[in-house]
Design a protein around this ligand. Structure first.
Ligand SMILES: *Cc1c(COP(=O)(O)O)cnc(C)c1O
Length: 388
């Protein structure tokens, strides 16, 4: 079976009821056949579920699908994208280690690197997607991991996966890629040699704004360490969320095709609008890394950003003038969402930090949904007009 077929057809074995749709295994623990079976399960001598903090048929099915779509060996599902990001660091790094990270990161990943990991003596250095020549110079003797986001949230910066994999191989580092914006449908970092691929499943993987979830897939030996960490510390995904997310994966390909088609069309419609300073979308020729995006992404993704003339105040007024589009901090929903990163998702950064990752005061992030895109465009046009 090919990958798309597998994402539809991979399913937990049927029970005696011969159900067609996978049931929800809402159980905290699983029974042992006898004392010996319990012993063997705990000794890892036989496969099977013990306790839903460790594994559950619903979470296993979800993980198997993501690992299949990402061409990865194994994985573990988490209660949120941030639990996955944190586990990737906490399970594999020790006091005295150093992380090389791309500067344009999701706000909470930035907080983990700058405020939380330093408490345990784990240091970091930020490098920019625009200056790859600086990366190697910043690798230290104690560097253990490279952590990147491509395309980044909300900067839409692109990092060359082929190049960064060569760099990590040369220095024997672990490469962890937050692949949330691309989804497994548009880009597979494991194909280039990435060790770990992290997702917030809350976004396009759910795709309907219902549940929070996260997942890491990658090399089996690293996942084994992550699984040990997660089994003991308990950030695991709930069976209910896994059940929802596994169903969502059946429609990932068709949803992503439409998100990307709509986003590309909207980016082109807005490009050149006199009220807008700059429209950014990976598959627009004006994107500084257009060639690279074309090389490593199947399509441009569902997110566009633009900078309105008039800065912070105009951006706020624009948001208040919207009639149909949703004002919320989520993304990857069927419904188009507008977010003002400077006042919400990235408000904890200083002005200087925001400037460095291209989060200008007038920047707006649009997660393009599955509506008729002409109507999305119409709402944006009227909000631009009414926020003058
Ligand atoms: C949303 C997001 C996260 C965090 O995921 P949650 O599910 O909200 O915890 C991490 N990385 C990126 C790129 C995101 O967009």
């Amino acid at each position: 079976m090919d990958k798309e077929t597998k994402s539809v057809r991979i399913q937990t074995d049927k029970s005696q009821f011969r159900e067609h749709s996978v049931p929800l295994f809402l159980t905290s623990s699983f029974t042992f056949e006898n004392a010996e079976h319990g012993r063997a399960l705990f000794a890892d001598e036989v496969d099977g579920n013990i306790y839903s903090r460790f594994s559950n048929p619903n979470t296993s099915e979800f993980v198997e699908k993501i690992a299949t779509l990402e061409n990865a060996e194994d994985g573990f599902a988490f209660a949120s994208g941030m639990a996955a990001v944190f586990a990737g660091f906490a399970a594999l790094l020790s006091s005295g280690d150093h992380v090389l990270a791309s500067r344009s990161l999701f706000g909470s990943s930035h907080q983990i690197l700058t405020k939380i990991l330093p408490k345990w003596g784990i240091d970091y250095t930020y490098v920019d997607a625009s200056t790859p020549e600086e990366w190697e110079k910043n690798i230290k003797e104690n560097t253990k991991m490279i952590f990147i986001e491509t395309p980044s949230n909300p900067g839409l910066e692109i990092i060359d996966l082929e190049w960064v994999c060569e760099l990590k191989k040369k220095h024997n580092l672990i490469l962890n890629v937050d692949n949330c914006f691309a989804t497994p449908y548009l880009q597979n970092p494991a194909d280039y040699g990435a060790d770990l691929i992290t997702h917030s499943a809350t976004k396009f993987i759910d795709g309907q704004g219902r549940v929070i979830g996260g997942v890491i897939v990658g090399k089996a030996d690293l996942i084994q360490e992550i699984r040990f960490f997660a089994r003991q510390t308990g950030p695991s995904m709930s069976p209910f969320n896994a059940w929802v997310l596994s169903k969502s994966l059946e429609t990932l390909a068709v949803r992503m095709e439409k998100h990307c088609e709509n986003a590309f069309k909207l980016a082109n419609l807005l490009n050149g609008n006199p009220e807008i300073k700059f429209v950014k979308y990976p598959f627009l020729e004006t994107h500084p890394q257009y060639e690279l995006a074309k090389k490593q992404m199947k399509l441009g993704g569902g997110i566009i950003t633009f900078i309105v003339k008039g800065g912070y105040e105009r951006a706020q007024k624009f948001i208040d003038s919207l009639k149909m589009l949703t004002i919320t901090a989520n993304l990857g929903d069927t419904r188009t969402i507008v977010t003002h990163p400077a006042s919400t998702t990235h408000s904890k950064l200083t002005d200087g930090e925001r400037e460095k990752v291209s989060i200008y005061p007038g920047l707006l992030r649009v997660s393009v949904g599955l509506e008729n895109v002409d109507e999305v465009h119409k709402d944006i046009l009227q909000a631009l007009e009414n926020s003058k």
